[in-house]
Ligand binder design. Sequence first.
Ligand SMILES: Nc1ncnc2c1ncn2[C@@H]1O[C@H](COP(=O)(O)OP(=O)(O)OP(=O)(O)O)[C@@H](O)[C@H]1O
Ligand SMILES: [Mg+2]
Length: 257
Amino acid sequence: MSVSPLLQVCDLAKSFRGVQALQGYRLELGQRDLVGVIGPNGAGKTTLFNALTGVAPPTRGRIVFDGQDITRATPDAICRAGIARTFQNIRLFRRLSVLDNVRIGLQAHSRDRLHEVVLRLPGFAARERQLEQQARELLDRLSLAEYAEAPADALPYGLQRRLEIAIALAAQPKLLLLDEPAAGMNPTEADELMRLIARLHSERELAIILIEHNMRVVMGVCQRIQVLNYGQLIAEGPPEAIQQDPRVLEAYLGVAA
Ligand SMILES: Nc1ncnc2c1ncn2[C@@H]1O[C@H](COP(=O)(O)OP(=O)(O)OP(=O)(O)O)[C@@H](O)[C@H]1O
Ligand SMILES: [Mg+2]
């Protein structure tokens, strides 16, 4: 019996006033797949995530997620369908506590009944306690529990990136998109991140697409890697094959291998 893919992307393209940021892109992703997307600066990687999350809808192509056509869906609807992401530039409520950051993430996705919140009915207090407990559990899973009360901007950079992942997971996604999570990390932080991604992937029913420049991280955790260059998919395969692919070496080194 064949299992239908979680995500199916066909002939995806995005152009900005004549600049073809992405073209002819395709992907088939299973429910437990962990795929890496690499490529030089400006290759179209973030554009891909923006198209998948409805932030910058594609100019061409089709995106089917979990049996639903989301090509023209709003970011909110796509998030509810089960796709969550982190950003290349960290986006946190810097002055709020680590716990509150996650709590807000959870709240955004809970079906809070507005009248309960406004009237502060008994159900609301119970719901608040439940949210806090869920937030603490998430922090615990990401080894951030000891920082729960600290303001987000007091965390070292590597832990802020991890907090962003916690917030994305608060949406209980089926697919997690990570845009350069190791950017700016020192080698120890990057290694910890690599272990974290591998653990999240093995613990949960979760597919992951990982955009990353840090080759150690991508090669270390991904089962399959796609390479973009000037908006085009130039190679796809297991890490060992990608590392030796002449087209990939050429894209990165600018020389014919
Ligand atoms: N909103 C936009 N308006 C105009 N051009 C854009 C926009 N977003 C991206 N581009 C262009 O699309 C191309 C791909 O950009 P994108 O950000 O997807 O690259 P990237 O692979 O994520 O690069 P990096 O590794 O530097 O993050 C670039 O030429 C970029 O200038
Ligand atoms: Mg980018």
